[in-house]
Design a protein around this ligand. Structure first.
Ligand code: PLP
Length: 358
């Protein structure tokens, strides 16, 4: 018995900290600061305990139908995962041969690199460019050079929050021979999305992925889904664990999806708070990348270091996210919380500034 050598070498993905205390101002993992739809509570309290004796529906029939209806497509083009992280893990096996690579933007969601390492294939990142069209051209050139068969295009991107017009991704996909998985974990907070690329009849290689973890306030439930061409969806089904989404999760996600009014209301609140927070940071001299997600990526004014601020805030029970390294090490990613939480954070920053000056 031995562990495969590439697993021994593996640098695992490090998820954001999940402290046990509820007293922490938690702005580090892009969760929603608002509770899920109150209708979810009713589903949980009336859930028939006896139903837990049985395995859940392996095809998530009711949830898949609701997702298909909402997005104007058919259930055979929908796949549901145990969080979108499971879909990413499956995709990294299903669409990549041993001699092929996985591509993504760089910086982007750091899990992608770890997934490539788990599968023992190369990960290739495409850096920022003068504009999106140029970046798409670079991505295409890199796909050819590095034999990339799966490109994970995060839109809006994480951790930067930048949004790329769907036309740019469509043009890229049109020329790319592999599969483009557009990770739209944050699309509900953006001005647009790529879903029409995924549902189009002529689509051969675009999968659009969403999650219930962010805008639906259900990160603890673990449900994500994707929509794409039938043959690619079928391939994901072939490889999934039989009962990958539990019965409670299927029922709660279905209810949250159907409560569109509540969803729109919470998303609107986050977008409003984001605009005010971006302004507040800019006023204090922080460099802020215009965000279309539920977080901002921001660089402190000269004279202060992102990792020092990270530790300072942590000591005050305020958690934000810091990604070390040459591209991201000068920046912090701050999740949009409630107005009150953002006020607490800004007060702590002002306090620090006063002390540094004095
Ligand atoms: C870009 C992106 N994709 C996917 C995920 C995974 O989300 P989940 O597995 O909770 O659906 C995250 C989580 O932070 C993310 O930031």
């Amino acid at each position: 018995m031995r562990t495969a050598s590439h697993i021994l070498r593996l640098e695992p993905y490090t998820p954001g900290e999940q402290p046990a205390s509820r007293r922490v101002v938690k702005l580090n993992t892009n969760e929603s600061p608002y509770p899920p739809s109150p209708k979810c509570a009713a589903v949980l309290s009336s859930f028939n305990l006896d139903d837990l004796r049985r395995y859940p529906d392996p095809n998530f029939t009711a949830l898949t139908k609701a997702i298909a209806d909402k997005n104007g497509t058919t259930p055979d083009r929908v796949f549901v995962g145990n969080g979108s992280a499971e879909i990413l893990a499956l995709a990294s096996h299903v669409f990549v041969e041993n001699d092929e690579s996985i591509g993504s933007l760089d910086p982007s969601y750091t899990l992608y690199k770890a997934l490539a390492a788990i599968h023992d294939v190369k990960w290739v990142g495409v850096g920022r460019a003068a504009d999106d069209a140029q970046r798409a051209r670079s991505a295409l050139a890199e796909c050819r050079r590095s034999n990339i068969s799966l490109f994970l295009w995060t839109n809006p991107n994480a951790p930067t929050g930048e949004f790329v017009e769907p036309e740019t991704i469509a043009a890229f996909a049109g020329k790319f021979k592999g599969v483009v998985l557009v990770d739209e974990a944050y699309a509900d907070f953006a001005r647009g999305n790529c879903m029409s690329l995924a549902t189009a009849k002529r689509n051969r290689n675009v999968i659009v992925m969403r999650t219930f973890s962010k805008s639906y306030s259900l990160a603890g439930l673990r449900v994500g889904y994707c929509i794409g061409p039938k043959d690619l969806i079928k391939a994901l089904y072939k490889t999934k664990p039989s009962y990958n989404v539990d019965a409670v999760a299927q029922a709660v996600a279905l209810t949250a999806l159907k409560d569109g009014a509540y969803h729109r209301k919470t998303v609107a609140k986050v977008i409003k708070t984001r605009a005010a927070f971006e302004k507040a940071l800019a006023k204090r001299g922080w460099d802020v990348i215009k965000s279309e997600a539920n977080f901002v990526f921001t660089k402190p004014p000269t004279g202060d270091a992102a990792n020092d601020i990270f530790s300072y805030l942590r000591d005050r029970n305020i958690l934000v996210r810091y990604f070390p390294g040459p591209i991201t090490g000068d920046w912090l990613r701050i999740t949009i919380g409630t107005d009150g939480q953002m006020k607490t954070l800004l007060a702590a920053l002002d306090d620090r500034f006063k002390k540094l000056k004095g």
